[in-house]
Design a binder for this molecule. Structure first.
Ligand SMILES: [Zn+2]
Length: 100
């Protein structure tokens, strides 16, 4: 267990790679609980290599810096994964709404 004093300064380190996996088709980061890629609809085996997941997280931050805001506020609530899940759900809804 990591005490707050010893927590890594990198906010991404607070995210567990176990919470994600990567689509082998489009290389999109998906929540581990997703059985279907939210981008391309892939259903099957996902890549759960922690190094690849970390790389995709950094790519995601480069494309969507607002995610860092979610991570930065994580200390106020215990469910960081829940916040990221909410963000993914919003992203999924936006991608489905072709009028947006
Ligand atoms: Zn995909």
């Amino acid at each position: 267990m990591i005490s707050p004093r010893n927590a890594p300064s990198d906010p991404l380190a607070q995210l567990s790679a176990d919470a994600f996996h990567v689509c082998p088709l489009c290389e999109s980061l998906n929540l581990a609980e997703n059985q279907e890629c939210f981008v391309c609809g892939w259903q099957g085996q996902f890549d759960d290599d922690p190094y690849l997941i970390e790389e995709r997280l950094y790519d995601l931050l480069a494309e969507c810096p607002e995610v860092l805001g979610l991570i930065g506020r994580a200390g106020r609530r215990p469910t960081l994964v829940g916040r990221v899940r909410d963000w993914f759900a919003g992203l999924f809804r936006r991608r489905l709404d072709l009028r947006a």
